[in-house]
Design a protein around this ligand. Structure first.
Ligand code: ADP
Ligand code: MG
Length: 389
């Protein structure tokens, strides 16, 4: 057993050599590349292979030691990565080694790929990203649900993925703070009138409260928990989903909602004429999710009511409605909450940026309130197109 200490570049290299992941005699170059908010990420490159050592710190790196955060998240991330790898091996990084006490995961180096958010901002397209992500979500969610595992196995697994501290971050930053005059909020002064209007919108707050309750109580499946475009490495051919430290048992619609919300926010940053590939991705991810979830349901299901007419269709419709709401919440909080997205913040022209953020807020609020009137991704896309006209 090792006891915790933060790694340095040198001790990270020494560790991978000691573990035999690189030869003792190998010449290596190494650096810390974490652009994330919470953890150290060391990139270690030998003459023939390279790997990533990710280590949790006992506080959130972005804020510093004043924001303590459990090291257990590294163990959650490592176990979630391995489990996701069994259901969706093409879309999860390989894990080579993990140490709970050191709070590290040593995994496949994906540096040949680009973080999808960065690529999308630069106008890249990833033609397969929606298909791959839809398959990833359907397989990992279905595979960890009551339907696949049966309620007993599922509850045992669920028990090992209680993630109270990281859930608390989501409960605060996504589901609560943006709707109140909370200290964590962060928005441009020019948006103040819009934000104050939102704080006074009691109908919106009621819907946010309902969605928050769903997040708190619905233990459908093991979620990734933070599936935005910054958690996806992509190329035109490959897609890998990283960083599941927020994994826990939550509502089916959550992950797909965050993916689509982040695609829509990228839409808002693009000129007309360059938005179509993203609209297609939003329709595709839903098609693929529905198809793959249904395939798995029909192939392998422990539920006595599995073949009861209308049950699967009802469930998929329910997941869609939830997701439309979660998507709206993600758009709101990324605009006025603590953690923003570069897609919107990076728009250089003040008027264009404010306009994009206003759209993000108003569309977000609309999807939260009107989620029950939406039943297909085509309709979501049509609503965004209409708002942008
Ligand atoms: P955090 O949990 O701190 O947000 P991430 O897992 O998102 O950390 O990683 C932060 C950054 O480190 C990523 O945006 C990426 O640039 C880099 N990174 C993380 N994992 C890998 C990997 N397996 N291969 C290559 N780079 C990685
Ligand atoms: Mg992270």
């Amino acid at each position: 057993m090792s006891s915790y200490e933060p790694l340095t570049i040198d001790s990270a290299v020494a560790l991978v050599k000691k573990l035999g992941l690189l030869a003792e005699t190998d010449t290596v170059s190494a650096n810390e590349i974490g652009d994330g908010n919470l953890n150290y990420v060391f990139h270690i490159k030998g003459t023939e292979k390279s790997l990533i050592v990710k280590q949790a710190l006992p506080y959130a790196k972005v804020v510093g030691e004043s924001w303590p955060l459990t090291l257990e998240r590294a163990d959650i991330e490592n176990r979630a990565l391995r489990l996701q790898g069994t259901f969706a091996p093409d879309y999860a990084p390989k894990v080579y080694y993990s140490d709970k006490d050191l709070a590290i995961t040593i995994m496949e180096d994906l540096s040949h790929l680009t973080i999808a958010r960065t690529g999308l901002i630069h106008g890249e397209d990833y033609p397969l990203i929606a298909r791959h992500t839809g398959e990833f979500i359907a397989r990992t969610l279905y595979g960890t649900s009551d339907f696949a595992l049966g309620p007993q196995e599922k509850k045992k697994l669920q028990h090992t993925f209680s993630n109270p501290e990281l859930c608390d971050i989501t409960e605060g930053l996504v589901f609560t703070d943006p709707f109140f005059n909370a200290e964590t909020n962060d928005f441009e002064e020019s948006l103040r009138a819009d934000v104050e209007k939102l704080w006074q919108d009691d109908e919106l707050k009621l819907h946010a409260a309902q969605l928050k309750r769903l997040f708190l109580t619905a233990g459908d499946a093991l979620l990734h928990g933070d599936l935005h475009t910054g958690s996806i490495f992509a190329s035109p051919a490959e897609t890998k989903i990283i960083d599941p430290e927020f994994a826990f048992y939550g509502p089916f619609g959550f992950d797909i909602a965050h993916f689509t919300a982040n695609l829509f926010m990228n839409v808002l940053s693009r000129e007309e004429g360059r938005r179509e590939p993203l609209y297609e991705h939003i329709v595709t991810v839903w098609d693929v999710f529905n198809r793959e979830f249904s395939r798995l349901w029909n192939e392998q299901n422990t539920e006595a009511f599995a073949k009861t007419e209308g049950y699967l269709e009802w469930l998929l419709a329910d997941i869609f409605e939830q997701a439309a709401g979660f998507m709206g919440l993600e758009m709101i909080r990324r605009t006025i909450g603590l953690a923003h997205v570069k897609d919107l913040d990076g728009i250089v022209d003040d008027q264009q940026r404010l306009q994009a953020k206003r759209h993000s807020l108003s569309l977000g609020a609309h999807f939260v309130k009107e989620r029950a009137s939406y039943s297909s991704a085509d309709q979501l896309v049509a609503a965004v197109k209409e708002a942008l006209q």
